[in-house]
Ligand binder design. Structure first.
Ligand SMILES: [Zn+2]
Length: 454
């Protein structure tokens, strides 16, 4: 009965139209992007020139969306872009995203369309047995992106539904008063897992990368659902512990739903009142270096290492609460560009230990993805993605480097879909395919760790 009460509670949050007395809908006033576009500038062997041009035009407040070997995607207003083109007529470029407001609405308003169709499904949920209810909950939940409030309820429901496997832990409170939740999944089987070998998966360090959050939830749910049914999942969950942080940046994620869909940082106050927010993924205390960027920049990394509360809580949690757990694997989920990045991000001169095995693992993940959905993810060094190969010092303080250096035997970052059409504004119809391919790569990761030759 408790399960069904929770299901209904969760369902009301997902479908406020049919439960409007309980949860009146909030009106969503998103920031207007009608004067801005995302431009894709091709390097054409002129990386430094392109970077210098952009830097000089907008005084260091860059909002770079993606940086590959061939091109740079950057958000600019149209006046800035015209100025650039006036002085640099030979730039090779295309407009990557033209109608940003429309793309934003495509990721948010789908929730309303779903609401109007859901009355029948809500009724049926209460008629199901436990197994069916679990599957229906997964089916409904992954139809659309879910806001912070809905995911928090869903996590509690997950704990109630799988009480022997799931332990929800609160590890701190953010500057806006949200809870930083960790989901520890364990079969508590210390005969099969005497060393407490653990895989850690994080999502949503950057608020606007919604697919990383839905994917963390999807892989977690799939693992739980398959335990006791699928041979591989059962073996892996018996032999390994899993620690998920599906929303590493709750303040930023909430803000991306209520106010600015393209917000990236957390929401912590800075020295400039109008410009809150620290880039969590540049705040960790390994190879952190003060950058020249101002608090108003999307990549501002604070005044000192671990200034971002979320990074600080995570560090304390790992050192104190989980000090006995041997972290064998770390996967940090981001978007976009379909790449698997291996350490280090801060410098291309720093070679990772056992590079052969690390590369074998990274290519194994890419192969598992390709065999599942035929998507080809590239494997590259994180320093190339961060640009620190050409501009030293800008890639320090990442979660990937910190975890690899301090705790995780093997650590990778996956930049999920897509590479060509939507960027951060990936439509919700991709939640399941991206979830499936990432789950397949996690299964490969488990097999790799449990291989006695490793
Ligand atoms: Zn990111």
């Amino acid at each position: 009965m408790r399960l069904y009460t929770s299901l209904l509670h969760c369902f009301c949050l997902i479908t406020p139209v049919i439960c409007k007395e309980l949860y009146p809908q909030r009106s969503i006033q998103q920031r207007d992007y009608s004067n801005e576009k995302v431009y894709r500038i091709f390097y054409d062997d002129k990386f430094e020139t392109v970077r210098d041009i952009i830097n000089s035009e907008i005084n260091g407040s860059l909002d770079i969306w993606s940086n590959t070997a061939d091109y740079l995607d950057i958000l600019l207003n149209e006046d800035q872009w015209k100025n650039i083109l006036n002085t640099h007529t030979d730039l090779q470029y295309e407009v990557f995203l033209d109608s940003i407001n429309d793309e934003i609405q495509n990721t948010i308003t789908q929730e309303l369309i779903f609401n109007s169709k859901s009355n029948q499904m809500n009724f049926n949920i209460q008629e199901q047995n436990d197994d069916d209810a679990r599957e229906i909950l997964g089916d409904i939940f992954f139809n659309e992106y879910r806001n912070l409030q809905t995911i928090e309820i869903w996590l509690k429901l997950l704990q109630e539904t799988f009480p022997d496997l799931v332990n929800l832990e609160e590890i701190g409170h953010t500057s806006d008063g949200h809870t930083l939740n960790v989901v520890h999944i364990s079969a508590n089987n210390y005969i099969d897992n005497p060393d407490k070998k653990t895989i850690v998966i994080t999502g949503g360090l950057h608020a606007r990368e919604w697919i990383s959050i839905s994917t963390a939830c999807y892989t977690m749910y799939e693992l739980l659902l398959n335990y006791g049914k699928d041979k591989k999942a059962t073996k892996y969950l018996d032999s390994l512990d899993f620690i998920f942080v599906p929303i590493f940046n709750p303040d930023g994620y909430d803000y991306s739903w209520t106010t600015d869909r393209l917000w990236r940082k957390n929401r912590q106050p800075t020295s400039v009142d109008q410009c809150p927010g620290i880039d969590i993924d540049r705040s960790f205390g390994y190879q952190w270096a003060k950058s020249e960027e101002f608090p108003c920049s999307e990549s501002y990394n604070g005044e000192e290492p671990f200034e971002a509360l979320e990074a600080q809580y995570w560090d304390t949690y790992l050192r104190e609460i989980k000090k006995d757990y041997k972290i064998f694997g770390y996967l940090d989920l981001h978007s976009y560009s379909e790449e698997i990045l291996y350490p280090y991000g801060y410098s291309c001169d720093a070679l990772p230990r056992d590079i052969e095995n690390l590369l074998e693992l990274a290519f194994g993940l890419a192969k598992a993805i390709r065999l599942t959905t035929r998507k080809n993810y590239d494997v590259i060094a994180a320093c190339k993605d961060s640009g620190s190969d050409l501009t030293p010092g800008i890639g320090g303080g990442s979660a990937l480097d910190y975890m690899y250096h301090n705790r995780a035997r093997w650590a990778l970052q996956i930049k999920l879909r897509d590479s060509g059409n939507h960027g951060f504004l990936l439509p919700s119809k991709y939640i399941r395919p991206v979830g499936r391919e990432t789950y397949a790569s996690l299964m490969y990761f488990c097999g790799f760790i449990l291989n006695p030759e490793m």
